[in-house]
Write a protein of this length. Structure first.
Length: 250
């Protein structure tokens, strides 16, 4: 049976393994340049009563010909609107890197505009918004952006030498990094949702004190777990990470 609430948000949401009658949902928001497919293997590791819903940013994959969203407020507003039909049961938010900041902004809107408190916000691979360090946009050359893309094989990198292919992929990357580089809230308000932060111990962009500062953004519980690895620690650590997420969902 088709879940009509998911159907109404189809432009923004993807369900890889529908769970009819799910007791809860886990909403997953990708990193800069990332797409919903990053989470395609996760449903197999979640409880049978939990449905994973991945957010589909425009400007990539099957939304390639749609304009990217270049401002945080606009992106968070659109995702919040897409999630409105899903507020019929508990949900949690997981975001990695840029997705962590977007997840926080969505949680804030759900609470302020709909009186809905997500069960938990999982902030992965990202310093707290008010502690994120400024980066010179000029340092983000196309080559640097491509190097930061996760999951590229040598064949993929060779293909990206084709100027036409590069121009299909790079606009979303450029837009996402412009969005997150401009997102520097001085005094972001706390939410009433518990926050769990995850980071890789060797991630050069996530200083532990700045990751711990996510504690400032909740009025309730906060905890932090550090994994081996760098920015994409969650790929080799997928089994351990999903076990931890499952424990907290329950």
């Amino acid at each position: 049976m088709i879940d009509t609430s998911i159907e109404r948000g189809a432009a923004w949401l993807r369900v890889f393994a529908p769970v009819p009658g799910a007791r809860r949902r886990l909403i997953c928001l990708p990193h800069a340049g990332g797409a919903a497919g990053f989470f395609r293997t996760w449903p197999a590791r979640l409880p049978v009563d939990t449905e994973l819903v991945a957010v589909r940013y425009p400007g990539r994959q099957d939304r390639l010909h749609e304009a990217c969203v270049s401002h945080m407020d606009d992106l968070a507003d659109l995702i919040t609107e897409a999630l409105e039909p899903l507020l019929d049961r508990p949900l949690s938010l997981f975001g990695h890197s840029m997705g962590a900041s977007v997840a926080y902004e969505v949680a804030r809107r759900l609470e302020q505009r709909h009186g809905f408190r997500p069960d938990r916000l999982f902030a992965s691979g990202r310093e707290a918004p008010h502690r994120t360090r400024d980066i010179d946009p000029a340092s983000r050359t196309d080559e640097v952006l491509i190097d930061e893309m996760h999951g590229l094989t040598d064949t993929d990198r060779a293909a990206l030498a084709d100027p036409e292919l590069r121009e299909l992929i790079l606009p979303a990357l450029r837009s996402d990094y412009a969005l997150i580089d401009a997102y520097r809230p001085a005094n972001p308000p706390p939410v009433s949702t518990p926050i769990t932060a995850y980071t890789g111990i060797s991630d050069p962009g996530c200083a532990l004190p700045a990751v711990r500062a996510w504690a400032d953004l909740t009025t309730t519980d906060f905890d932090l777990r550090v994994f081996p690895g760098a920015h994409f620690f969650l790929v080799p650590a997928e089994p351990e990470l999903l076990t931890d997420i499952t424990r907290r969902l329950r």
